[in-house]
Design a protein around this ligand. Structure first.
Ligand SMILES: Cc1cc2nc3c(=O)[nH]c(=O)nc-3n(C[C@H](O)[C@H](O)[C@H](O)COP(=O)(O)O)c2cc1C
Length: 209
């Protein structure tokens, strides 16, 4: 059953500012595609999951996909495979993705399952699909006022491309440490989503067509 997958990576889960904005996109998609179910994957609820030695051995040893060690990995991969649209809300933690999202990546990028090396090139096994990433940050990480490195955007592009997902859009809700800017970027982010041809409101995108 195709779905809309919402992945939230903030320690605040659904209450995070990124998730609140991301849910606007999910709601627009739901209205435009009423047959799709919404699947929510709150990574803050997986705080105990980790890549342990049994899992590492199974990856390196090429164990069968149906082994118990891959249960969580299979579940996360299937959620992604079944998603017609993906919306990710992630904070920036120390210039890159938070540990929870890194863990999701480590369970989803599985050699021989979601990608492999073919003729010296990594080939993704998932079909491409529209994916929106809402990035929240306390400081400014995009545009003219940017004052710190961004190892999140390029990294996320590279890992998702590895499994076949290239159709990515990023929205930055940054500079949130300033309450004035936080209010401004929340409005701008909401407008950008509303206008978007894929993730936007039906009537808003038609009036801009
Ligand atoms: C461990 C940790 C590391 C952080 N590192 C950064 C950082 O490198 N750059 C930045 O701008 N903000 C950083 N922040 C601030 C978060 O990005 C900020 O609180 C974000 O707005 C949270 O958004 P949310 O409500 O969606 O979780 C960090 C916060 C935490 C808890």
């Amino acid at each position: 059953m195709p779905s809309i997958l919402l992945v939230t990576a903030s320690p605040y889960g659904r209450a995070s500012r990124g998730a609140i904005l991301a849910m606007q996109a999910v709601e627009n998609l739901r209205q435009r595609h009423p047959s799709l179910d919404v699947v929510e994957r709150d990574l803050s609820a997986l705080a105990d999951a980790t890549i342990h030695s049994v899992y590492a051995d199974a990856i390196v040893g090429g164990h069968s996909h149906d082994e118990e060690v891959f249960t969580l990995s299979e579940q996360l991969i299937r959620e992604l495979e079944e998603a017609a649209f993906v919306v990710v809300a992630t904070p920036m933690h120390n210039y890159t993705v938070p540990a929870s999202l890194k863990m999701w990546i480590d369970f989803v990028l599985r050699y021989g399952r979601t990608f492999a090396t073919v003729d010296g090139i990594k080939k993704g096994f998932l079909s491409d699909r529209p994916t929106l990433v809402v990035v929240t940050a306390g400081g400014i990480v995009s545009g003219t006022g940017k004052f710190q490195p961004d190892h999140l955007t390029g990294y996320l592009r590279d890992v998702l491309a590895t499994i076949g997902i290239d159709d990515l859009k990023f929205i930055y809700l940054d500079g949130l440490a300033s309450p004035v800017r936080a209010e401004e970027v929340a409005i701008e982010g909401g407008d950008a989503i509303a206008r978007d041809a894929v993730f936007g409101r039906d009537e808003a995108t038609h009036s801009h067509a």
